[in-house]
Design a protein around this ligand. Structure first.
Ligand SMILES: *[C@@H]1O[C@H](CO)[C@@H](O)[C@H](O)[C@H]1NC(C)=O
Ligand SMILES: *[C@@H]1O[C@H](CO)[C@@H](O)[C@H](O)[C@H]1NC(C)=O
Length: 426
């Protein structure tokens, strides 16, 4: 056994020597394990990996034995099970706590318990309210990921799902809530990438940074271009698509629609594409680039051009946004193609509060719900009305349309009821 380790050590420290030292003493050659196992045998791995049910889970890893000959299974302990935190006198650590769990010191022994995180606390509050019977019919338990952070998206029952950051902030990207279908198709990778990009470099640079193009659901647009050369990328990861690893086109000579991954439905800028065939851009990005160029020119000419309100901020899908100003100077809610949604609007002069707080979240949700019944009722400016009613019961919702307390048949009992204003019209 000692000689094995010695050679292992040599190969580790001097790989070149090991290559040259190419006689029968190469350690992990074919057949080694068979002979070696014959000599020493393996210990039986814990059953966790082969069972992998609710109570016995584990992951297969390379065994820490010579030439990784043996099967190796690291058990993942469940909540309340004993665990080791390592250190002298604690015994050897065989497994570790499962996802979202942490090895907490207990009175006599250590045990796996939930990690402390904002998302877990939010779940605890939810569970507590459930025990107390305070939960509304349309409330959903917050979802956390394996690290205790907020899950990539959140859903409102019978409405929509939207992307969120791992700290629970709502992000760009919303789709109709289709349960399992949404689970499989909504990844929010592009949306979360933009958020990360803005937080890391956003404020440190003078001009806006252009991130990868996203689709309205927060996934990556299936095409990415470097100057005029365009490739197909994976909608989930944003890296070059496995289906078309070598395919690319040159916009100088070919149209973007020639790429096999081009999807007409996802292309919001078809008109723009026709006018600017050799660029992969959008009206908003182009406007932004023009303004940046003007500022740079003005700096060269030694005067400072300052745009009030800064450069236009394009959304991750490269559109101008979901709020537009019409010719009358009113803000209106628009969809991803710039089409006005119903008649939601706000006028700065007659209702400055509605104008300034306008977010169009309710209007967009209604738009996504299409012909479905029981759509939420919005305020005139397209925001969620704080009281929503359905089947004779009314409930309070937050600005994202999520129910916040138990529903009741008497609106005046709701905490969001305010008798100064008519709840029906916001
Ligand atoms: C998981 O499998 C183990 C071993 O077969 C068994 O003892 C245990 O009851 C199973 N747990 C569940 C929840 O089925
Ligand atoms: C709200 O209505 C109740 C009952 O009609 C009344 O007692 C109360 O003074 C009202 N509150 C305000 C702020 O007007």
């Amino acid at each position: 056994m000692a000689t094995f380790n010695f050679k292992l050590c040599i190969c580790f420290l001097f790989p070149l020597f090991c290559l040259v030292y190419n006689d029968s003493s190469i350690l992990c050659e074919v057949g080694f394990c068979r002979t070696h196992l014959h000599d020493t045998g393996c210990t039986t791995p814990p059953i966790h990996c082969s069972v992998n049910n609710e109570t016995h889970r584990g992951i297969n890893l390379l065994s820490p034995t010579v030439c990784n000959c043996c099967e190796y299974c690291m058990p993942l302990y469940g909540e309340g099970e004993h665990c080791s935190r390592g250190g002298p006198g604690t015994g050897s650590t065989v497994g570790r706590c499962g996802d979202g769990l942490y090895c907490w010191p207990g009175e006599e022994d250590n045990y796996c318990g939930r990690m402390k995180s904002d998302c877990h606390s939010a779940q605890d509050r939810y569970d507590e309210r459930e025990r107390n019977g305070e939960l509304g019919a349309l409330e959903e338990r917050p979802r956390c990921d394996g690290k205790g952070k907020y899950y990539k998206f959140e859903c409102v029952p019978a409405q929509t799902c939207f992307c969120q950051a791992d700290d629970g902030r709502r992000l760009f990207g919303e789709v109709l809530n289709l349960g399992v279908v949404t689970e499989n198709t909504m990844h929010c990778g592009c949306s979360r990438f933009h958020d990360l990009m803005n937080s890391v470099i956003g404020s440190g640079v003078p001009a806006p940074v252009v991130g990868p193009r996203c689709t309205a659901d927060g996934n990556y647009f299936p095409i990415r271009c470097i100057n005029n050369i365009c490739y197909c990328v994976d909608k989930i990861t944003g890296i070059i698509s496995k289906d078309y690893p070598t395919v690319h086109i040159d916009l100088e000579r070919q149209s973007i629609a020639q790429l096999p991954c081009y999807e007409k439905d996802l292309d919001l800028f078809e008109e723009f594409d026709k006018e600017h065939p050799a660029t992969f851009s959008s009206p908003c990005l182009m406007k932004q680039a023009e303004m940046v160029a003007e500022v740079l020119d003005s700096e060269e000419d030694e005067f400072n051009l300052d745009f009030f309100g800064g450069f236009p901020e394009c959304l991750p899908d490269w559109t101008f946004g979901r709020i537009a100003v019409n010719s009358a100077g009113h803000k209106v809610c628009v969809d991803e193609r710039g089409r006005q949604i119903e008649n939601y609007h706000a006028d700065r002069k007659t209702d400055p509060a509605a104008y300034n707080n306008m977010d169009c979240k309710c209007a967009l949700t209604r738009k996504l719900m299409g012909d479905l019944p029981e759509k939420p009722v919005c305020c005139r400016n397209g925001n969620f009305r704080r009281i929503q009613c359905r089947r004779g019961m009314c409930r309070c919702v937050d600005s994202d349309g999520r129910q916040t307390e138990k529903e009741t048949s008497d609106v005046t009992e709701l905490s969001c009821y305010d008798n100064d204003t008519d709840w029906r019209t916001c």
